[in-house]
Structures are given as structure tokens and as C-alpha cells.
Design a protein around this ligand. Structure first.
Ligand code: TEU
Ligand code: CA
Length: 559
């Protein structure tokens, strides 16, 4: 049985809001905090307990808020500090928790620290960043930034110096080796937690430890640069920073944290999310990264087949076991829509969307829903590269062109991965701008809002939204909650093609079955069925020891 020490957040359901695109309360085309407050009841009704907000701090929005200019203030485009305090309070009234995004690998080049570093690179703030001399115009190493080009950029006002940025050049990396930097970060975290925040989602954290001194790694693309992964694989000692941060901030507050961790080794899982881990949880990205090519998005797989998807989620489940609580997702603000990536286009329908929802939601772990996922929002059909706002997509388009693809082909390939797919405005209604704003939306609304929107789905008991409500309700049901939250994951008929089957074994024994294909099938049952807890279709044919599953049918049975 479960050997995990219980924590307050284990049985929760989490939801990610991308504030800029969630709900605009004042008609300027940009979603905002008052807009979020006005939708708290909607989230509560969906069964959400924990709400993670992508960054809303003061920012020039070069990377949509992941470039923070002041960690202690709210960007006026999103609202005021009073709005934020009100959000925390209103959430509390509903037994909900707010998480902010902790972006501390880097700040904005418009942050006061960086401004001071530029004024006096040899002074105190120079040491807040990685600043190096430019000898003969050369760079200290050949690393490629995540958004393309070298990680080194001339320091403004000092042509003889350069600074490091592993993301955009407007996101200078903070020097975590400097204890003053860490102290400032911890002070800020505690300041927010003291305000009543539930915790944080922790951005890009694997990058805070650099392998020093700087050196070149093998060139892996025609640009003559080397992906950062090579360096990260060699960087040791990140645990000292993360352990210190947890000790000085999260643990004393009993805060919930979820790390954006991509490269943990199996033997490190306990260090990250075990009982005394650095974080409460971390995301499972096994399926997110599957099929992504080192060469870039143009060379990556636009969607996975059911067998590949199964092998990813199963390998994570087996690997994690009782070590800790992983966080399960099908999408986020950096990825294509889950239904467009894990279901092939000709198979996309309400039933297959619900199947995917059921499969990941019933896994062991904490389920996160990304805004719009609960109504089955799909990728955007962009008309051309001019439609795209995201810095990462623009770079990947260039990478594709450099690799020799024609403009149309390059656009088509990167469009499947564009971060803007998930960033189009939330579809509340079938009306003007999908009910997101009275003004002009900052990013084009997906025209399919006429067919996919909250208003219609709220009225329809067979909608994707209604199915998500059933999923959250089962997780909270007194009788089943122990099993859904803590029950052991045990695969069932793992070798059956396009069948995803597994047990959750706790106080009860549940069997999850998903016929991930169009063709109906018969499946043998391991015992008699006590109760049908979930079914994404209207009918179900059960015999003594066999079940008939229709196209895309998903069920959860008590055995
Ligand atoms: O993403 C970190 C990350 O690893 C990215 O490289 C991600 O793979 C990329 O966005 C795909 O295009 C986090 C945030 O989630 C992302 O939105 C930010 O842009 C990034 O950190 C920098 O803060
Ligand atoms: Ca607004």
C-alpha cells in the first residue's frame, strides 16, 4: 500500500492560466487579474483547487513575462498589487490556492540589477550576472541560446564586455554562484509566500547551474554552435542551490512547488520530489520531448501514435512508483495543444479528446489542466509566419530555412509546434472574440470558437467540459479518492496495440481501459465489474469476462 507521507496538495487538481489570454476585463485586448477573479467560480465548478499563473510581474514582455523587470510588482497590463491580493483572498474563500511562476534563472535586461551592472560592470551588480571580457571579439564558449544564436551578447555601453543569456538576449542569466543573488531570490520568494501565495511553478530551473569555467562543446548545427544540453549534462551541484532554496523558503511555509525539470537522472528522482526533495512535484515531460529532434522543430514529429504515447506515460509511471508525486499534463503554454499532438488529425473528435483526458487524468500523480484544454481547444491554423508572435517560433522558422527548407514547408513544419498554438485567447463563447475581450485581442482568436467554447459546453452534458468535471469529481469522491490519488499503477495488457490499460490499486481496484483507435475491439476482463465509474460514450457492452469497446471508448471500472 501507499508508503508516501500525505501532503495537503496530493489530492488536488491544478490548472494553468496564461493570464494574457485568459479573460480581459477592461477591453484593452489583454487578459488581466480582475478577469481571472471573475472566473474563479468557473474554475471551482470545474473542480480546480490549485491555480498556476504564468508570469504577471512587471515586464517588457520580450518573452511574454518570462523576462521580469521587478519581482515585487505586477505589470500594469495585468492589474495592480491590490488585484493580486484580492485574487489570493478570493481564492482562499473558495479553498483554492494561487501559484506564481518563479523565473529566477534570469531576469529582464530592464531589471534594476542589470541596469546597475551595465553602469558599473566591476561593481556589486556586475557579479549578479555572467559578464566576461571580449578578447579579440571572441566569446567565452560556443553555446547556443534556446531561442537561437550565441548565448553571448555585448554588454550595453561596454563594447569590450559581454553577458550570458541562455534564453533571449533580453533575459540575462543570474549568477547563482553569487550568494547575494540567492539571498535576493529567497527574500522575494518569502515575501510572496507571506502574502498568502500557495507556492510556485519553477521555471527553467535546470539551467541555474553552469559548468564553469566556460568552454566549448561539440558543434551540433550549421550555425557552428552547441546546444546547452551538452553543458548541462556535465554541470554538477545544482542540488546545493535547490536544497538551500527549499530550506530557506518553501519548507518553512509548507508551500507547494512544481519544477520544470527536463533532465533528471532516474537516481535523482528522490532528490527532486522525494519526501525531503527540493520540490513538491515536477512535470512529466517524457511524452512532451518524445520525437523532438536535436536539429529543431522542423525535423520533429508533429504527433505521436498511441503506442508511443503509451510507452512514454508508462515508463514515467514505472520509474516514479512511490518515490514522489509527479505532475501530469498533456500541454502547457510552450507546447502545441495536447489533442493536436497526441491524436492524429483525422481521428480528432470529442470521444478521442475525452479518451486522452481520461488516460492522463487517471494516472498516478497530480493532474494539471492548461486553460482551454477542458473544452478541447485545438491548435491554431496560422496563415503565415506573420501571424506568429512567439520568439521561439520565429527562431525555429529561421532554423528550418537555414536547413534548406522552402518558406512554405518551413512554416508548415514549425506551425505544428508554435508556442502560440496554446496562447490564443480562451474560448468563452461563440460570439465576438470568443467572449475573451470587448476590444482587439493581442493574438488572433481561433476561428473554431464557433464550435468549441465554454458557453455551449456548459449546457451540454455530453461535452468535453462535462467529462473533465466527471474526472475531477472522481478524484474527489470520498469512496475512491484514496485509490485515485495513491493507488499503485499496474499496467494491463500492455502489449495490445492501441489499447491503453492499467489498474490503480489501493483501497479499491480500478481498471482504466482506452481503445485508442477507430476500430472497435473486445477486451478480456481480469475479474467481474462492480461498477462503471467513467465512460466517455453513452453505451457500454459488458459480458461476464469481456468488454466491448467502441471507437475511442474510454472507461474506468471498479473491479
Ligand atoms: O521554458 C523553459 C524551456 O526549457 C524552453 O526552452 C522550452 O522548451 C521552450 O519554450 C520551447 O520553445 C520556460 C518557460 O516555460 C518558457 O515559456 C520561457 O520562455 C522560458 O522558460 C524562459 O523563461
Ligand atoms: Ca485587460
Amino acid at each position: 500500500m501507499n508508503s508516501m507521507k500525505k501532503q495537503w496538495w496530493h489530492d488536488k487538481v491544478a490548472y494553468q492560466i496564461y493570464p494574457k489570454s485568459f479573460y480581459d476585463s477592461n477591453g484593452d485586448g489583454i487578459g488581466d487579474l480582475p478577469g481571472i477573479i471573475s472566473k474563479l467560480d468557473y474554475l471551482k465548478d470545474l473542480g480546480v483547487d490549485i491555480v498556476w499563473l504564468s508570469p504577471i510581474y512587471k515586464s517588457p514582455l520580450a518573452d511574454e513575462g518570462y523576462d521580469i523587470a521587478d519581482y515585487y510588482s505586477i505589470d500594469p497590463r495585468f492589474g495592480t498589487m491590490e488585484d493580486m491580493e484580492r485574487l489570493i483572498e478570493e481564492a482562499k474563500k473558495r479553498d483554492m490556492y494561487i501559484l506564481m511562476d518563479l523565473v529566477v534563472n534570469h531576469c529582464s535586461d530592464e531589471h534594476e540589477w542589470f541596469q546597475k551592472a551595465c553602469q558599473d560592470p566591476d561593481g556589486e551588480y556586475g557579479n549578479f550576472f555572467y559578464i566576461e571580457d571580449r578578447k579579440d571579439g571572441g566569446t567565452p564558449c560556443n553555446w547556443r541560446s534556446y531561442f537561437g544564436g550565441p548565448v553571448w551578447e555585448p554588454l550595453p555601453g561596454h563594447p569590450d564586455k559581454q553577458y550570458l543569456h541562455v534564453f533571449h538576449k533580453k533575459q540575462p542569466d543570474l549568477n547563482w554562484e553569487n550568494p547575494r543573488v540567492r539571498e535576493e531570490v529567497y527574500k522575494n520568494i518569502n515575501w510572496w509566500l507571506d502574502k498568502g501565495l500557495g507556492g510556485f511553478r519553477i521555471d527553467a530551473i535546470i539551467n541555474i547551474k553552469k559548468k564553469l569555467p566556460f568552454r566549448d562543446y561539440p558543434v551540433d548545427r550549421a550555425d557552428g554552435l552547441s546546444g546547452i544540453d551538452h553543458m548541462l549534462a556535465e554541470a554538477e551541484g545544482i542540488g546545493e542551490f535547490l536544497g538551500e532554496m527549499a530550506e530557506k523558503t518553501f519548507r518553512p511555509h509548507n508551500a507547494f512547488t512544481v519544477g520544470e525539470v527536463f533532465n533528471e537522472k532516474p537516481e535523482e528522482i528522490a532528490d527532486f520530489i522525494g519526501e525531503n526533495g527540493y520540490f513538491s512535484s515536477m512535470f512529466d515531460f517524457a511524452e512532451t520531448v518524445y520525437g523532438k529532434s536535436d536539429r529543431g522543430w522542423y525535423d520533429s514529429r508533429a504527433y505521436l501514435n498511441p503506442e508511443e504515447y503509451k510507452s512514454c506515460i508508462f515508463s514515467t509511471q514505472k520509474k516514479i512508483g512511490d518515490t514522489g508525486m509527479i505532475s501530469n499534463i498533456i500541454e502547457n503554454h510552450d507546447e502545441p495543444r495536447g489533442v493536436s499532438h497526441y491524436i492524429c488529425p483525422e481521428d480528432l473528435c470529442d470521444a478521442s479528446k475525452k479518451l486522452l483526458a481520461g488516460v492522463y487524468f487517471m494516472l498516478k500523480g497530480l493532474p494539471f489542466i492548461y486553460q482551454g484544454q477542458e473544452i478541447g481547444m485545438e491548435n491554431m491554423k496560422f496563415n503565415s509566419i506573420e501571424d506568429v508572435d512567439d520568439v521561439s517560433t520565429l527562431d525555429e522558422y529561421q532554423v528550418a530555412l537555414n536547413a534548406g527548407l522552402g518558406e512554405e514547408e518551413a512554416f508548415r513544419r514549425v506551425a505544428a509546434f508554435s508556442r502560440d498554438n496554446a496562447r490564443t485567447p480562451m474560448q468563452w463563447t461563440d460570439g465576438k472574440n470568443a467572449g475573451f475581450t470587448e476590444g482587439t485581442p493581442w493574438l488572433r482568436v481561433n476561428p473554431n470558437c464557433s464550435r468549441i467554447n465554454v458557453k455551449d459546453q456548459e449546457k451540454n452534458a455530453g461535452s468535453v467540459l462535462a467529462f473533465y468535471k466527471k474526472l475531477t469529481a472522481l478524484r474527489k469522491a470520498e469512496e475512491y479518492k484514496e485509490t485515485v490519488v495513491y493507488g499503485e499503477f499496474v499496467p494491463y495488457l500492455e502489449q495490445e496495440k492501441n489499447l491503453i490499460g492499467y489498474f490503480r490499486e489501493g483501497e479499491k481496484k480500478l481498471l482504466i481501459l482506452a481503445n485508442f483507435q477507430k476500430a472497435p475491439r473486445e477486451v478480456e476482463l481480469p475479474g467481474s465489474v462492480k461498477k462503471v465509474l467513467l465512460n466517455n460514450l453513452e453505451d457500454l457492452t459488458l459480458n461476464d469476462n469481456r468488454i466491448h469497446l467502441d471507437s475511442w471508448q474510454f472507461v474506468t471500472l471498479e473491479i
